[in-house]
Write a protein that binds this ligand. Structure first.
Ligand code: SIN
Ligand code: FE2
Length: 203
């Protein structure tokens, strides 16, 4: 593939199986309090195929009327998001190397037929902080390009326990998930993939 922009790093195999299982347990607890919901694209209201929730003082949400944004409460229950588990804060310390803690952890759940089209993460006011991504469950094909939508892209697989750092020069790189490879992991009993992204929102 084309070389990755500076600041984008794929770090495979960072979480061993027990650490992955522990994270899944913690995400289950988050989901019990803040249920996965179906996000809608701004304007059209078209449902995304990925289901979402968050933990942290802020969560990233989208719906037809108000579009992409961060807010302190769940869009369906109206309750504050549950806190970010300490293990995820530790991963931020290790891999983000950023002085301020993350405010949001977006939890994306991909059924085996879900995907995410090419986009930039640019709803954060602090673009000096990287986005830290953690993959759990089935392998996906991750696509990443440049700072313009039409720049050439390349793709690679993300497996359970892999980490991606999207920062520096590549902080606003276009990226997406082309597909999930079913039955490539035994971590999630009913298949699918979980992606966690830790984000610093405010400078
Ligand atoms: C995202 O861009 O929000 C998700 C990336 C991923 O699922 O790996
Ligand atoms: Fe993203």
């Amino acid at each position: 593939m084309a070389t990755l922009l500076g600041g984008i790093r794929h770090i495979p195999d960072q979480l061993d199986r027990p650490a992955q299982e522990q994270l899944v347990e913690q995400i289950r607890a988050v989901v019990a309090e803040a249920p996965l919901y179906v996000p809608e694209l701004p304007g059209t209201g078209k449902p995304m195929s990925v289901r979402m929730t968050n933990c942290g003082s802020l969560g990233w949400v989208t719906d037809r009327q108000h579009g992409y944004r961060y807010q302190p409460h769940h869009p369906v229950t109206g309750k504050p998001w549950p806190p970010i588990p300490p293990e995820l804060l530790d991963l931020w310390e290790r891999f983000a190397a950023y002085p301020k803690p993350p405010e949001a952890c977006l939890v994306n759940f991909y059924a085996d037929d879900a995907r995410m089209s090419l986009h930039q993460d640019r709803d954060e006011l602090d673009l000096d902080a990287p986005v830290l991504s953690i993959s759990l469950g089935n392998t996906c094909l991750f696509r990443v390009g440049g700072l313009k939508r039409n720049d050439p892209t390349g793709s690679f697989r993300l497996s359970s326990g892999d980490i991606v750092v999207i920062g520096g020069e590549g902080r606003l790189a276009f990226h997406g998930v082309d597909r999930i490879y079913p039955a490539t992991s035994t971590l999630l009993k009913n298949g699918g993939r979980i992606n966690l992204t830790l984000r610093r929102v405010n400078p």
